[in-house]
Design a protein around this ligand. Structure first.
Ligand code: PA5
Length: 464
């Protein structure tokens, strides 16, 4: 159990891809001081409670509440529908796809560890209606997740399901939100089945190991203890050192930082396991919102899927601009071993395939792509999970969080805020007629009519 995930940085070294596109020992050595400094600063942020995701693996109180709420709901509902967006949805989507059966919702009840689990993180009206072709509101547990309690998309979804429940939320709705007083919290406490807390100091995109990710996971029968144990092991052992040599999360941050200075501004994550694909989406948010802060800082995270995107993206990655660093994700032991049955053995085109397994095929294709990219001097590294289970996923998520946190220190940006999303939010509020956002609505009208206006940031500042 204690061994866990491994990182292989061989193909990122100058020996493998040359000095222009690789990372040398000297370049790494130059980062040892900034890393040590960043390590200390993160420790202070942790100590002060300002940034609290670090301690989520040990948060016994919240875990006990999650289990209690999940146990009380057991056997009562045919489906769970999570309403949330961004950090309030991507973690549970990632956990569901990594740790539930790949077609979990389609399985008959006896083969599932809980009710069907839907997570709706958009406001497309067609999609929203479509879910209700599959679920019956009265037999569904709705989990409304919004840390701030003010997110228009989630609140609109909430209003929609409230009307489907004829305003009676006592049996079917659980709210997950900040501890502080808010309208959503008030509704949760006075009208809903239960209200769980996003602990203070835990930002949305760092909340997967809080009730935000744990409650949907527990409802779907995921082993949240093992998930947290993996994360705790990553914290105590894998990420405890300030030195990149002993801390793979820091090494991953350091090599990507060095390569960013060498014009590798695109950070591709390419999992070779379908269960890991949604983790890539979760990671995209943490990378983009944590680091995209000034016009000269912000590696662009890109999701690619192995092997599928070998037939779509790899041409570009191998022969197009050398502006990417690629992180492959692999799994050592898949839960299934599926042989490829032999037939037409004398055929040169097909005969060689039978007798292998799909496990070999996906692994060989990962190796082949890695080597082909390295040969073309495209820097890449590989993270391997021993198998796709709650413990190794806990380790992976935690180490990717630490990678983002320490990267903020290297790039000199605050990894824990997201001021850039405020402008769009203010404009949407204005258009939806929210009180105190009249100026935002006027700003949009003026813009649409081609009239002169201030910048949107100035307008937002004016409204404060
Ligand atoms: O990471 C973030 O802070 C955001 O992506 C939020 O999670 C997202 O905007 C949803 O916010 P909330 O949970 O407050 O509804």
């Amino acid at each position: 159990m204690e061994s866990g995930i491994t990182f292989d940085f061989e193909n990122i070294r100058t020996d493998a891809v040359g000095p222009e596109h690789g990372v040398s020992e000297k370049e790494l050595a130059r980062l040892s001081e900034p890393l040590a400094h960043g390590h200390e600063r993160l420790a202070q942020l942790r100590e002060s409670g300002e940034v609290a995701f670090f301690d989520l693996p040990y948060d016994k109180e919240n875990v006990a509440q999650v289990k209690q709420v999940a146990n009380e709901a057991a056997g009562q509902f045919g489906a769970v529908l999570v309403l949330g967006i961004g950090g309030s949805a991507l973690g549970s989507i990632a956990l569901r796809s990594a740790l539930c059966h790949p077609l979990y919702n389609e399985l008959p009840p006896a083969r599932r560890n809980g009710p069907r689990l839907y997570i709706e993180d958009n406001v497309d009206p067609v999609r929203l209606k479509a879910v209700f072709d599959l679920i019956e509101p009265a037999k569904t547990l709705f989990v409304v997740i919004s840390k701030s309690g003010t997110t228009v998309e989630t609140l609109a979804q909430f209003l929609f399901i409230r009307s489907l429940l004829d305003g009676d939320l006592r049996n079917n709705v659980i709210v997950v939100t900040d501890a502080g007083p808010s309208t959503l919290r008030g509704i949760g406490e006075s009208e809903c089945r239960a209200t769980l807390e996003v602990p203070a100091g835990v930002g949305g995109r760092f909340s997967v190991l809080s009730p935000v990710g744990l409650l949907p996971a527990a409802l779907a029968g995921i082993d949240i203890d093992a998930l947290l144990a993996g994360a705790a092991q990553a914290d105590r052992i894998r990420c405890s050192s300030p030195s990149a040599e002993d801390n793979d999360a820091y090494m991953a941050a350091a090599v990507e930082y060095i390569l960013y200075q060498k014009a590798k501004r695109i950070s591709v994550m390419m999992p070779y396991a379908t269960g890991l694909v949604e983790i890539t989406d979760w990671y995209r948010q943490i990378w983009a919102e944590s680091l995209g802060k000034t016009s000269d800082v912000g590696p662009t995270p890109v999701r690619a899927t192995g092997v599928t995107d070998q037939h779509s993206q790899v041409q570009l990655y191998r022969e197009g601009p050398n502006d990417k660093v690629i992180c492959f994700l692999g799994v050592q032991h898949f839960q299934e071993e599926v042989p490829i049955p032999p037939a037409w053995e004398s055929s040169e085109a097909i005969g060689y395939i039978g007798g292998h397994s799909f496990n070999q095929l996906i692994e060989y294709e990962r190796i082949a792509t890695t080597l082909a990219l390295t040969d073309a001097q495209r820097p890449n590294y590989t993270i391997t999970l021993p198998e796709l289970n709650a413990y190794s996923v806990g380790q992976l998520l935690y180490m990717l969080e630490i990678k983002a946190a320490i990267s903020g220190e290297l790039y000199g940006v605050n990894a824990f805020d997201q001021p850039g999303v405020e402008a769009g939010k203010a404009l949407s509020y204005g258009l939806m007629g929210r009180k105190h956002y009249e100026r935002a609505k006027q700003w949009v009208m003026n813009k649409q009519a081609g009239r002169d206006e201030t910048s949107v940031d100035e307008m937002v500042d004016e409204m404060k």
